[in-house]
Ligand binder design. Structure first.
Ligand code: SF4
Length: 647
């Protein structure tokens, strides 16, 4: 991250660490040990909170989820596990698929399945479990089976890790939990769980999953016999793997619950200070992992609340039964209702964001006095946000891709942000336009049609549309129909939850934002040898800039919030004017761009609008309104997500 925020620390050693963090330099093992050794807990927490804000704004995510533990019968006997029993134990249980289904509800968004390594269940039972859940509850995404379970299936059913994962994915598995990682230390493994897989196998399984498009989490079980150095080494290994695969969604520090395990720890439970410091150090060390989870079931709701200001940006979910932690003596309530979760997040001064399994926002729950600002998560929008206040009592930032911003704005829960032009055209009664936005005259480099054919040959062809587009898809339609006279094309919305969905099956693919940039600067999209920059096509045709997004503010926004938003925006643009490379460096690195490339890329955009941009918006609106297919499309997101649409 690049931050101008200055802190005063009680511990002088933290100054040099903060300098590194805010200039985007990676922290070393020694830095992590110094953070752990520091008694300036508040200083460590403030740094971590600043890093979390740079990634997630003021958002704290939660998911409506349910945990299922289909059996507690396990072939292993890990020392720290109070959950597993042998088949002859009076406490042993095995759930049928019907019992599992009876615990789910259609309004859930995630089911989290882990359990014992059952000695007798056949492979077909697991496939049937995932497939039946997905079929009966299409809205519920399946996050299932730790690396330990995947490796067990692989050995028991004589299939490779890849084969196991592919078959589960085909049945409906979407992501994997991060359990079984414990602490990546051979010393600890030999002492506590020597029959269980080690770090190498754990990473092999997760790397294979990431390669197949199955993203996952990673946990760290701390507070038992591990040393601080072993915790730091664990984080470093996670960071290294993430550099390679970019497949981890979140890092979850899990405080050890000694219960009846018989394991001697320094204290019965980890201290709140240790818990908070571990969350903060994780956030500071894992610069490439998007989210850090405060797992309230083990931390207690009270410590989890404070952790939301120490670098955590995820509260997990409504959860339901949680036998593993509970049997080992977790003192949190078995179920926190959604309302309770929301009030905990509000108490932390943060914005509750209900999410899906991939962290896409579904609904946000601001306090009535808050005005929510959309933080566009693309490189081209970096210059807008550097001077919004660190903490505001009236304005809260949430990262939203254009299409999601449009949907939430329709729900009435977002007050301002760079809205896609197409959404503004339908919501101008509620929103007022500001003289800011994202426009370009010429190439944009981030709204690209990768094609196997020339424009004139796209008649009757199948075009895949990135899930995030809003205005860009309309620009493509205008170009196809009005500029090139093609009306019989087929649009398909890309569905990343469908493993059989692949770009290569299409004749052309429209990508926007960071994904487009990644391909543009990374050698293109394999199999598509033609690349059309839609903004350039528009400019060549009309001699005008193209406006992708326009800053809007809801007309009823209270004056205090309106003033703060407009002044912050103006200050941000002034600050970043000659520093595009510096402000966009970290974001650019994620998409493979050098600082100089970022600087060139951002310099081409027009962020302050003049008469040129207003004329361009009017021109586009006129072309869009006269599209012959408008009456058939109406571009309902529901419709487009459900089916392919032919024109
Ligand atoms: S931790 Fe997992 S593998 Fe080990 S005994 Fe418990 S349920 Fe079995």
């Amino acid at each position: 991250m690049t931050s101008s925020t200055s802190f005063t620390f009680r511990d002088n050693l933290l100054y040099s660490i903060w300098d590194k963090v805010r200039s985007g330099e990676r922290l070393s093992k020694e830095d992590a040990l110094a953070l752990y050794a520091s008694d300036d807990l508040i200083g460590v927490g403030r740094m971590a909170n600043e890093v979390a804000r740079a990634k997630s704004g003021d958002s704290v995510y939660f998911v409506l989820n349910r945990k299922l533990e289909p059996t507690n019968i396990c072939v292993l006997s890990c020392k720290f596990c109070d959950f597993a029993v042998k088949p002859d134990s009076p406490e042993a249980y095995e759930m049928t698929i019907a019992e599992m289904l009876s615990k789910l509800r259609p309004d859930l968004h995630e089911v989290h399945i882990t359990g014992g390594l059952h000695p007798k269940w056949p492979w077909e039972f697991y496939i049937d479990m995932v497939r039946t859940i997905k079929t009966q509850f299409p809205n519920v995404d399946v996050k299932a089976f730790t690396a330990v379970e995947i490796d067990y299936f692989s050995k028991k059913f004589k299939k490779s890790h890849e084969q196991v994962l592919r078959e589960l994915q085909e049945a409906g598995l979407r992501t994997m939990p991060g359990g079984g990682a414990e602490v990546f230390s051979e010393r600890v493994r030999k002492e506590l769980f020597k029959q269980k897989i080690g770090a190498k196998t754990w990473f092999d399984v997760h790397k294979t999953a990431h390669r197949l498009g199955i993203q996952s989490n990673v946990t760290m079980l701390y507070g038992h016999i591990e040393t601080i150095e072993e915790r730091v080494e664990h984080m470093l290994r996670v960071r290294e793997c993430q550099d390679e695969t970019n497949g981890f969604l979140s890092f979850i520090p899990l405080a050890f619950q000694p219960g009846n395990t018989g394991i001697k720890t320094r204290n019965d439970f980890t201290s709140a200070i240790d818990d908070l410091k571990t969350i903060a150090v994780s956030r500071l060390m894992l610069d490439n992992v998007p989210h850090i989870k405060a797992y309230w079931v083990m931390l207690t709701a009270e410590v989890a609340t404070i952790a939301l200001n120490f670098g955590a940006d995820d509260m997990d979910g409504t959860v339901g039964e949680e036998r593993i932690a509970h049997d080992a003596g977790a003192i949190s309530p078995m179920e926190l209702a959604k309302g309770k979760l929301i009030s905990i997040i509000h108490d932390a001064g943060k914005l509750p964001v209900e999410r899906d399994i991939w962290y896409n926002p579904i609904t946000i729950y601001p306090k009535p006095e808050w005005s929510v600002v959309s933080k566009m998560p693309y490189l081209n929008s970096v210059p807008f946000y550097n001077s919004f206040p660190d903490y505001s009592t009236v304005v809260k930032l949430v990262p939203l891709a254009p299409r999601v911003f449009g949907k939430l704005a329709e729900q009435g829960s977002v007050a301002a942000g760079p809205m896609s032009l197409r959404d503004y055209m339908t919501m101008s009664d509620d929103f007022e336009r500001l003289d800011y936005g994202v426009a370009v005259k010429g190439k944009a480099n981030s709204v690209l049609l990768f094609s196997k054919f020339d424009w004139a040959e796209l008649a009757g062809k199948r075009i895949c549309i990135s899930a995030e587009t809003s205005t860009s898809v309309e620009l493509l339609r205008v170009l196809l129909e009005k500029r090139f006279g093609i009306s019989d094309y087929l649009f398909h919305r890309y569905d990343k939850s469908n493993p059989s969905h692949s770009y290569k099956d299409y004749d052309a693919v429209l990508l926007i934002g960071d994904e487009a940039l990644q391909k543009a600067y990374g050698g293109g999209l394999t199999g598509f040898d033609k690349v059309f920059d839609l903004a350039e096509e528009w400019c060549t045709w009309k001699g005008m800039p193209f406006v992708f997004a326009v800053w809007v503010i809801r007309k009823v926004t209270p004056e205090t919030a309106r003033k703060e938003i407009v002044e912050s925006l103006e200050r941000s643009l002034t600050n970043s004017a000659d520093h595009f490379g510096e402000f966009g460096r970290e974001h650019g690195a994620k998409v493979g761009m050098s600082e100089a490339e970022v600087s060139d890329y951002l310099s081409q955009f027009r962020y302050r609008f003049s008469i040129d941009e207003h004329a361009a918006m009017a021109e586009f609106e006129m072309e869009y309104e006269s599209l012959t297919s408008n009456d058939r499309i109406a571009m309902s997101d529901k419709r487009i997500a459900k089916q392919s649409i032919s024109f």
